[in-house]
Design a protein around this ligand. Structure first.
Ligand SMILES: Nc1nc2c(ncn2[C@@H]2O[C@H](COP(=O)(O)OP(=O)(O)OP(=O)(O)O)[C@@H](O)[C@H]2O)c(=O)[nH]1
Ligand SMILES: [Mg+2]
Length: 487
């Protein structure tokens, strides 16, 4: 028997964005062309896709790590880096995606339903894209953003209209096998069924599905028998059917106590999709009435069950008595339930993960730096990570962006004076309100020595720009300032 896995923890890592490129256009006799560094490519996403031909989460059990490819670096001559490839992971219909804390982030129902489990990082801008009036030839480019990484719990909650509940050997698998084309294993020992079986049933114009889950015993909620784990497969059901074995009559067990015991266990189960199993309609099926004693017992308990408001059906999967009536009654309950459900898109119920608040930032006084301030926020932090901060021009770029966000006003209001220390994303610099971008010295990328070395070549041409700029001040924007600083 193939293994059935219905709960896994996976680690998904989207691709990082490629770094932008800092490059200056060069041509024979025309060494001072504009910036032409292309943008980095976007990193690939990790995407979950419902594929009905996949029935378990087994693959993820063996391969819990999924990583999409990174975006490529931008290049000179305005060439953008290639995007990373999305990685598609095929999941069964009815897969619920949760955080490790149990918060449901997506419920994937319906062939082809997609969910971005981890979003690829954006590519960094190349210096061509970073050029502006104030900074005509930026000597830096932005780093790509890292891809999102997450630990996610996948749980398979079968999509079935009717859920069968019962003690082991009550005849649940037998019932599904006589009502549908499903052929589950049937045997006279308890816990024959170890994995849920699904069957498709036709009742006139109504077609519905039925799930048979492993038998429950008292104490299942404390892990006795196979525990309550499999109840997740009946969370979506429109109706729960108690299948009761009337041929087994023991001193401490009868159909009524069986139903009570199962109800008690059900009450201890907390559905992760929300709602309560207690308000799901119930039907009682008294099975094995081909056995004379069973028929007698069924007749005996029937009034009591009906007095509780439960619809009761006496059946035998062996002689096939009562099956037609049961089938049509279940079809009716399913129809009513469907009609009462709010109208939704035919195939999907997708809950998007909480979006990151992009613009949010706060300014607070810096307890470590007298007269200094700290700017906090997702976005400024990201910029700092992107620009690697070993370059005064990059600092200028950051200051510009902060100014545009209105941080400048906030700083001024809080009493910041020019030259005070401002810390963003753990990097501190002297704040110069609204000075156009600072002083470019050399092309930098990630800031490592190796990278700097590789950029020497480009740096050389940059220095040429500087030299030229000194001869004709003003013509090359920021570069007029470069020479003094460099020597
Ligand atoms: N006489 C009689 N025996 C039945 C009837 N239905 C099922 N059985 C027998 O009861 C035993 C258990 O049937 P299963 O269908 O495997 O029971 P189950 O509820 O799926 O059991 P688990 O999977 O262990 O939870 C088998 O030996 C069946 O042949 C019935 O209507 N009459
Ligand atoms: Mg079974």
């Amino acid at each position: 028997m193939s293994r059935f896995v219905d709960r896994v923890v996976i680690h998904v890592a989207a691709g990082a964005g490629g770094n932008g490129c800092a490059s200056v256009h060069r041509e024979k006799f025309k060494p001072l062309g504009g910036p032409d560094g292309g943008n980095g490519g976007r990193g690939g996403d990790v995407v979950l896709v419902v594929d009905p031909s996949v029935h378990t989460l087994l693959d993820f059990h063996f391969r819990p790590n999924a990583t999409a490819t990174h975006g490529k670096q931008g290049q000179g001559a305005n060439r953008d880096g290639a995007m990373g490839e999305d990685l598609e992971l095929r999941v069964p219909d009815g897969t619920v995606v949760m955080t490790e804390d149990g918060e449901v982030v997506a419920d994937l129902v319906g062939n082809g339903t997609r969910f971005i489990a981890a979003e690829g990082g954006r590519g960094g801008l190349g210096n061509a894209s970073l050029a502006s009036k104030a900074r005509k030839a930026p000597g830096f480019a932005l780093l790509g953003e890292p891809g999102e990484t997450r630990d996610l719990v996948l749980e398979l909650k079968s999509v079935a209209d009717v859920g069968l509940l019962g003690f082991p050997s009550a005849g649940k698998s037998s019932l599904i096998s006589v009502l549908s084309a499903a052929r589950p294993k049937i045997a006279d020992y308890p816990f024959t069924t170890l994995v849920p079986n699904l069957g498709v049933i036709t009742a006139g114009a109504t077609i519905f599905t039925m799930a048979d889950v492993p038998g429950l015993i008292p104490g299942a909620s404390e892990g006795k028998g196979l525990g309550l784990d499999f109840l997740r497969h009946i969370e979506r059901c429109a109706v729960l059917v108690h299948v009761v074995d009337c041929a087994t009559y023991e001193a401490d067990r009868d159909p009524l106590s069986d139903v009570d015991a199962l109800e008690q266990e059900l009450a201890r189960y907390t559905p992760s999709l929300g709602g309560d199993l207690a308000d799901r309609p119930r039907v009682v099926v008294l099975n094995k009435i081909d056995v004379p004693e069973a028929k007698e017992l069924a007749e005996l308990v029937r009034p009591e069950l009906e007095a509780r408001g439960l619809p009761v059906f006496e059946i035998s999967t062996a002689s096939r008595e009562g099956l037609r009536e049961l089938t049509f009654a279940l079809g009716k309950v399913v129809e009513d339930y469907r009609a009462a459900q709010p109208v939704q898109e035919a195939t999907r119920v997708v809950i998007r993960p909480t979006a990151v608040d992009d613009a949010g930032f706060t300014v607070v006084e810096d307890p470590e730096n007298e007269g200094g301030f700290i700017v906090r926020g997702e976005r400024p932090d990201r910029w700092v990570r992107q620009t690697a901060f070993d370059n005064d021009e990059a600092v200028g770029y950051l200051a510009d962006r902060l100014a545009r966000l209105g941080v400048e006003e906030k700083l001024a209001k809080m009493g910041a004076v020019p030259g005070c220390a401002v810390t963003v994303g753990g990097v501190t610099f002297d704040w110069e309100p609204s000075t156009p971008a600072g002083i470019a010295i050399m092309m930098t990328g990630r800031g490592t020595d190796a990278r700097l070395e590789r950029n020497e070549r480009i740096g050389a041409s940059e220095r040429m720009v500087a030299k030229k700029a000194r001869r004709a001040p003003g013509e090359y924007g920021d570069y007029a300032e470069i020479g003094d600083d460099e020597e």
